[in-house]
Design a protein around this ligand. Structure first.
Ligand SMILES: O=C(O)c1ccccc1NCC(=O)[C@H](O)[C@H](O)COP(=O)(O)O
Length: 221
C-alpha cells in the first residue's frame, strides 16, 4: 500500500525542495494570518511552481469565505483545499462545487466520539484529516505539535480515507504507523527548528524515519 506524505506549512524554497526531494506526495500552504506559517496567495503561487508534476499542493484554510478562497485558488492554484475549521457539510459541498477541487476536511480528535462527527461529511469530503484538539489557549486550530490516541482510529471502517496528523515526528512515526494504518500522514511542527521555521535536515530525517518504519516501501524508496 502506498503512503502519502504531506509536509505542511512550507514558506521557503529550501524547505520545499527538501520536502519534494524526500518524496512528499503533498505540500501544504497555510492561509491563516495568526499562524507563523501563514503565506500570502502570491507567495504560495510562486513557491507552488516547484511542486508542479511532483506533489499535490494543498491550500489550508479556516472558515474562509468565498472572496478569500477565490484569491487563494487564483494565485496559488492548489490541487486540493483543506478546510480546517468548523465548516458545515453544506459548506464543504459548496466549496467543492465552486472550485471543482477535491476537499480534505479536518477534524480534531481527542476521544472516540469525535470520530462520529465525520458521518455527515461522508460522500462529500474527498478525504479526512485527523488532527489533535488544540491545547487550551492556542490561537491555532492546527500546527500545534500535539498528537492524539492513534489507537482510536482502529474503529474506523476501511472506507474512511484519512490523513493522520498531529504531533508526528521522526521519533514517533514508527509507533503511529503501527497503531493505525493510514494511507496518508501529515507533519508540520515536527520538522521545524522554531514555530513556522522548517528545517530541511529535519524534513530529510523525517523521510528517513518513515522509510525505516516501512522497511523500504517502494513508493518512498
Ligand atoms: O499549521 C498551522 O499553523 C495551521 C494553522 C491553522 C489551521 C491549520 C494549520 N495546520 C494544519 C495542518 O495540516 C498541520 O500540518 C497539522 O495541524 C499538523 O500540525 P503538527 O501537529 O504541527 O504536525
Amino acid at each position: 500500500m502506498t503512503l502519502d506524505v504531506k509536509i505542511c506549512g512550507l514558506k521557503t524554497e529550501e524547505a520545499l525542495a527538501a520536502a519534494l526531494d524526500g518524496g512528499a506526495s503533498h505540500i501544504g500552504f497555510i492561509f491563516f494570518e495568526k499562524s507563523p506559517r501563514h503565506v500570502e496567495p502570491d507567495q504560495a503561487g510562486r513557491l507552488r511552481e516547484a511542486a508542479r508534476g511532483r506533489a499535490d499542493v494543498v491550500a489550508v484554510t479556516v472558515k474562509a469565505d468565498d472572496a478569500a478562497l477565490d484569491a487563494i485558488v487564483a494565485a496559488a492554484k492548489p490541487d486540493i483545499l483543506q478546510l480546517h475549521g468548523a465548516e458545515s457539510p453544506e459548506r464543504v459541498a459548496e466549496v467543492k462545487a465552486r472550485y471543482g477541487l477535491p476537499v480534505m476536511k479536518a477534524f480534531a480528535i481527542r476521544e472516540a466520539v469525535d470520530l462520529e462527527k465525520i458521518t455527515p461529511y461522508r460522500g462529500i469530503a474527498d478525504r479526512f484529516l485527523f488532527d489533535a484538539k488544540p491545547p487550551k489557549g492556542s490561537d491555532l486550530p492546527g500546527g500545534n505539535g500535539v498528537s492524539f490516541d492513534w489507537e482510536l482510529l482502529a474503529a474506523l471502517d476501511d472506507g474512511v480515507d484519512y490523513m493522520l496528523s498531529g504531533g508526528l515526528n521522526a521519533a514517533n512515526i514508527g509507533a503511529a504507523l503501527n497503531a493505525a494504518s493510514p494511507r496518508a500522514i501529515d507533519i508540520s511542527s515536527g520538522v521545524e527548528r522554531a514555530p513556522g521555521e522548517k528545517d530541511p535536515d529535519l524534513i530529510r530525517n523525517f523521510f528517513r524515519a518513515v522509510r525505516a518504519a516501512r522497511e523500504g516501501d517502494a513508493v518512498l524508496a
